[in-house]
Ligand binder design. Structure first.
Ligand SMILES: Cc1cc2nc3c(=O)[nH]c(=O)nc-3n(C[C@H](O)[C@H](O)[C@H](O)COP(=O)(O)OP(=O)(O)OC[C@H]3O[C@@H](n4cnc5c(N)ncnc54)[C@H](O)[C@@H]3O)c2cc1C
Length: 370
């Protein structure tokens, strides 16, 4: 086991850092809930969009770990731009379990043109309890007819398609529904604490080709949940990057701000806070790297849950270091704190991640999956 990065990985990391400093720093906190479309274009031009997708579908062919290294550096400077990189989650799932046709249709369009694929799982009566979802998919000849609805779908207005969990006669599966398909409608957006938009989707006799079935059959749900492991790693590293962004700002402030005739970084209360923030970030960061090397259900859930809890605490401590200034609207730390809070809920709550971990632990024990 070698914890050091290879020279190529170190170069990748410094390239991402330089890009973030030069292109994203100036407007890092100006997005105000908007998806950073202009920055996504820069990421695509740099070849960072879909960087771990297979090369034959327009991706960069790098490893998941390498994708996390890039995400971390970008998010440390501009978390909103790093969010664009987490959009690689659904295409990764398609790359893992999709048919050749689906891969050819959606992956190059994602990498080249930024045609994003939203995730549509949650329903009003089926949040954590995904197995209770009701959106129906009925096969009629060469068509699948969808009826039902989804809720909380992030940035659905800018997605070209949705990876949608549905219920077939034989059980849960997934289909890809293109934006604009007759019978699919977006409701009015809900705005979350961080200012981002979430949409309700309505499927009313929405007919799609059977070629758009991503997965169905006896093992479909299991395959889907497994394919989400890599997505959880992206989510974990995004949280790490938000924490690093808050940490960097707080560290700088602790060096500059003076009270009682000294810099506040001289006070033990602040020094220990900084040390504990760094300890927590580093632990979550290593767990996400470990999970990326081998994205099992246990490791990816552990990385995601740890990072989600960590980022709430670290951004809260960073805000504390800024005192009253950090609590004021428009202050970067105030935004990061609100952004961080969503991490314990989105993509499966921390409680559900812990349930998954416990299931794996009770079945196999710890360190017995190797
Ligand atoms: C920022 C953000 C982005 C999102 N983006 C999307 C998206 O793009 N697509 C999408 O489909 N969904 C999205 N969601 C929805 C998200 O996946 C759900 O909010 C989440 O799965 C929880 O479902 P729920 O809100 O219905 O809560 P519930 O399932 O009702 O849970 C309520 C509380 O009960 C706890 N709980 C539930 N069951 C158990 C249990 N068995 N054991 C212990 N505790 C339990 C939960 O952890 C939670 O604390 C997003 C949510 C957020 C906040």
């Amino acid at each position: 086991m070698d914890f050091r990065l290879s020279p190529e990985q170190a170069l990748l990391k410094s390239t991402a850092r330089k890009l973030a400093q030069e292109q994203f720093r100036a407007a890092a906190f100006k997005w105000k809930g908007e998806y950073p479309q202009a920055n996504e274009k820069v990421l695509r031009e740099q070849g960072f969009f879909g960087v771990s997708l297979p090369q034959q579908y327009g991706g960069g062919g790098l490893t998941l770990l390498e994708e996390l290294l890039i995400l971390e550096e970008i998010g440390r400077v501009c978390p909103d731009t790093a969010f664009a990189l987490t959009m690689a989650g659904p295409p990764r799932i398609i790359a893992e379990i999709g048919s050749e046709d689906i891969k050819r249709n959606y992956l190059p369009a994602f990498c080249r043109d930024g045609q994003k694929i939203g995730i549509a799982i949650s329903e009003a009566e089926a949040g954590s309890a995904v197995t209770e979802l009701r959106t129906k998919a009925k096969i009629e000849g060469d068509k699948v007819i969808l009826d039902g609805g989804k809720i909380f779908i992030s940035h659905a207005d800018i997605c070209a398609a949705f990876l949608t969990f549905v219920r077939f006669d034989e059980g849960i599966g997934a289909v890809i529904v293109d934006q604009g398909t007759p019978g699919l409608q977006l409701g009015k957006p809900d705005i979350n604490m961080a200012g981002h938009r979430h949409y309700t989707l309505f499927f009313d006799g929405c007919a799609i080709s059977t070629e758009k079935v991503l997965v169905r059959g006896k093992d479909a749900f299991k395959k889907l949940i497994q394919a989400f492991n890599a997505e959880r790693c992206l989510s974990a590293t995004w949280a790490v990057s938000i924490a690093l962004c808050a940490f960097d700002l707080a560290l700088e402030y602790a060096r500059q701000r003076r009270q009682f005739g000294r810099q506040i970084g001289d006070f033990q209360g602040i020094r220990w806070m900084l040390a504990e923030m760094a300890m927590k970030i580093e632990a979550a960061r290593l767990l996400s790297y470990q999970a990326a090397a081998e994205p099992t259900r246990l490791k990816s859930s552990m990385a995601k849950a740890t990072a989600s809890e960590m980022v709430e605490k670290v951004t809260s401590d960073a805000l504390q270091i800024f005192g009253g200034y950090g609590y004021m609207r428009e202050h970067p730390i105030e935004y990061l704190y609100r952004l961080a809070r969503g991490r314990r809920i989105a993509g499966g709550t921390v409680e559900i991640q812990k349930n998954m971990m416990a299931e794996e632990l009770l079945r196999r024990g710890l360190h017995r999956e190797e």
